[in-house]
Ligand binder design. Sequence first.
Ligand SMILES: Nc1ncnc2c1ncn2[C@@H]1O[C@H](COP(=O)(O)OP(=O)(O)OP(=O)(O)O)[C@@H](O)[C@H]1O
Ligand SMILES: O=C(O)c1ccc[n+]([C@@H]2O[C@H](COP(=O)([O-])O)[C@@H](O)[C@H]2O)c1
Length: 195
Amino acid sequence: MNRLSGPAIGLFGGSFNPAHAGHRHVADAGLRELGLDQVWWMVSPQNPLKPSQPAVQSRAQTIEALNLPYAMKISHIESQLETQYTIDLLRQLRRRQPRTRFVYIIGSDNLAQMPLWKDWQALFSQIPIAVIARPGEPLRARLGRVASQMASARIPENQAHTLKNRQAPAWTYLTLPLNPISSSAIRKHRAADPT
Ligand SMILES: Nc1ncnc2c1ncn2[C@@H]1O[C@H](COP(=O)(O)OP(=O)(O)OP(=O)(O)O)[C@@H](O)[C@H]1O
Ligand SMILES: O=C(O)c1ccc[n+]([C@@H]2O[C@H](COP(=O)([O-])O)[C@@H](O)[C@H]2O)c1
């Protein structure tokens, strides 16, 4: 089962407009439930499926304000490699760090949306994926197209800590206590009460 022996790193991509405690909940799950050595908070320059985002640096500052623990890093790798699509980023990262055990981490809203991503099946064949349940999405995501198409590669939640050592395709769905926070709710609240 063990294909690589380097550090186990969770790749946690996001718009982070702004970063919030729900993101920390996801990254904590990466360290605790997946047993990863590090989680990289990769600030996406521009999610191809979202409207134009504020500058990367200003969004990164909202991550800094969360005072992340040592095992979590803010990463600008997507800006450095000039990738916009996750599959392109992963291919480059795997070439640059062939021994590292990368795990890709997403919230369940992104699993449901994944058929819109570039080459999503290739993404599953590149890297193990951990999906963290999110309010409003679990049933739709679990029963969605991606989950059913990838059903044979799914590993039980109680084996999540083995994901980092598995050959892709392999994924798990973590039904931790849900965290309801979202960036859009924060933006809406701020727009309504800018004081
Ligand atoms: N509360 C949460 N629970 C689980 N996953 C989350 C939560 N908040 C964000 N995520 C996940 O974190 C990643 C980055 O999310 P993102 O920066 O887009 O925040 P967001 O709150 O989803 O933003 P918006 O509301 O603007 O869409 C995504 O994979 C998303 O699914
Ligand atoms: O590769 C794609 O087609 C793709 C489409 C939508 C989103 N993503 C990635 O998904 C991650 C989460 O995005 P977001 O906006 O939901 O935080 C972020 O790293 C994006 O680059 C990737």
